[in-house]
Design a protein around this ligand. Sequence first.
Ligand SMILES: Cc1ncc(COP(=O)(O)O)c(C=O)c1O
Length: 372
Amino acid sequence: MQWHQNPAERRQHSSAKWCTYSDNELPLWVADMDCVSPPCVNEILKAAIQHGIFGYGLESPGFRDAWVTHLKLRHQWEINPDWICPVAGVVPGMRMALMAHPECRDILIPSPCYPYFQTVPKIEGRTHFPVNLWPQNGALYPETEAIKKALLSTKNRPAILWCNPQNPGGTVYCESFIKNLCAEAENANALIISDEIWADLILSEKSHVPIGKMAPENQPTITLMAATKTFNVAGFGCAVAIIPEANTRKRFKETLIAMPHVMPIAYKITEACLKEGQDWYQGLIEALRANKNQITEWAKSHPELSIITGDASFLAWIKSRNADAYLNTRFCNAGVRLSGGTPFGDPEAVRLNFGCSPDTLTEALNRMNSAL
Ligand SMILES: Cc1ncc(COP(=O)(O)O)c(C=O)c1O
């Protein structure tokens, strides 16, 4: 795994991370990394360019098998390949899951959470039932019974839109938590839509527990996963919805009609990363652990801040203990662009993406020192 030597060069490649804000600001916001993807990605692209024909395509023959093997080896989840519904991204998958269930009017979402957890139910005309998360054991968790209470307060068929592991906060929910969530959903006849895009980016010894693995096969669950975050290929939209229950799967598949397809090259890239990207992946996890340690050290000299890095992701969730509403503005003025907390549901927080070289991170933390 290599950090890019000159990540600012990404400005010449229409990078959302590097091109959105002024050149004076170091961008540590949107969740992609300043690293070169695994070599298998370039090989696939080179072969495609050499071929030179880019017509309509199909799912690559080994795509399902790559997921089945990956889930079995990494997460001890044995799935039937027919449960897999490819989709052009996790966020589109979230929206299609709601489109497929117009009767689910009341949607439980964790708060704070990745902004699309608010946006998608809103544009689909549903009502939010936020489940507040609080700092606990270095991550963010709901209070005991919070999910049960929120389900009891719904008036229509509910859906639980969960983020496992959590963005922000990096919470890796344990088996008993996930089992309990599945049981509460079953009691309330709630659909579970679980965004598990961060499942393979766990930096501690904890293990990811997929929701679809814990629920009985006949319970309506939609588990959304992708290799794009892990292998830094988010520009090639490709994800999977894993849906064990037949009727839920049928309804989901109907929403895919006349929607954008996964690009043929994106299938191949995902397949190759899952099958051949493991050495690269080990290097990445080590590099991210080192960056996380750097932030933990930095945090010691800033007791005025609460900094949550959790067990998963390359994100840190930062808040002032003095309710500083201007934290984000201060950091921007000092030349560091973080994600502001407002779209996540907490205007006083900021989110820092540490998927960057140690040099970039050091420079950003130095600038943040001056802001504080
Ligand atoms: C929790 C979460 N879900 C989904 C996404 C984006 O998924 P996709 O690009 O596959 O739509 C992100 C990106 O940061 C994310 O953090």
